[in-house]
Design a protein around this ligand. Sequence first.
Ligand code: F6P
Length: 368
Amino acid sequence: MIRKIGISTGGGDCAGLNAVIRAVVRTARLHYGWDVIAIEDGFDGLIYARNLRYLSVDDVTGILSRGGTILGTTNRGNPFKHEVWEGGQKVIKDMTPGIVENIRTLGLDAIVCIGGDGTLTIANDLFKLGVPVVGVPKTIDNDLMATDLTFGFTTAVDMATWALDRLQTTAESHHRVMVVEVMGRDAGWIALESGMAGAVDVILIPEIPFDIKKVANKIKQRQLTGRRFSMIVVAEGAKAMGGDRVIIEGATMGYQNVRLGGIGNEIGAQIQELTGIESRVTVLGHLQRGGSPNSFDRNLATRYGVAATNLIAEGKFGQMVCLRGRDVQSVPIEDAIGNLKLVDPNGQMVKAAEQLGIEFGRPDTSMI
Ligand code: F6P
């Protein structure tokens, strides 16, 4: 018998988190008559049981179109390995016994965990400890296995496409090469989809290590045919053949270990050097994560929120909602984590882009 549930958002934010929160609260309150408790800042809110509050339907009115998360989030906390100060020293402690105790004391019958690979891995480990969790998949990178789509992704693609359209007009006016760095740590979905929608000339993704000479040749060929500007979109996790991802030195970040960034600048400098054409670089960064979700993400997030609440009603803990084709379904969280959904370098979409003349910088096979 369910009476009270908790809800939390973990990992990097993205457009549509508030839409999930709204859908869970409305379904829980209006359809099932349950109480909903807001848990702030991912699992940190459960470790310290701080700022907990009831969420009413009024509390979630007007948030469907709002970016970010009203619950706050973090991509640094891991309750199994939590940094605390003890006796003037930083020590790593397992805080999950406290979480389990707080859940019991608060009378929470289930927790909705909204997050990406890192958050869902922790949620699954808590489930193994007996915590009744259900998951909702989120990441703009769209790299979670077991779901066709995560919400926030298509909004990020729209944002990147919007930027590419604008950058193209200035590239054309100045006869320049524009390099646009987008997010995508391990998977190049944002670069691929925005690059195709923005009709760029070169797409560089983590799944296809690139040869910069192939990229430069493509730009030179365009020059020869009178096309005096070029557009390159590069995922932050892309790397040159035989090279490594470009990281921001000294910057660490929770679940994801290293902060990526800088590949766009490297490519811009190399292309200018190799082609003699003036190049400029734009890093879109968190513009892709902030702001209002598009209508597709609003509806996907809303459907996920309703389905996650229904999973609780059905007692299907340890499960995550997912999209298969056009249907929202569910899978064990276990199946969705630790196994990233990457772009297939020989898949239909990449092949179609290549047939259109888009360069991926694939090294010549004779060079491999
Ligand atoms: O995982 C989502 C993501 O947006 C990545 O694409 C990016 O590398 C990372 O988060 C950035 O995180 P932060 O907000 O900590 O800079």
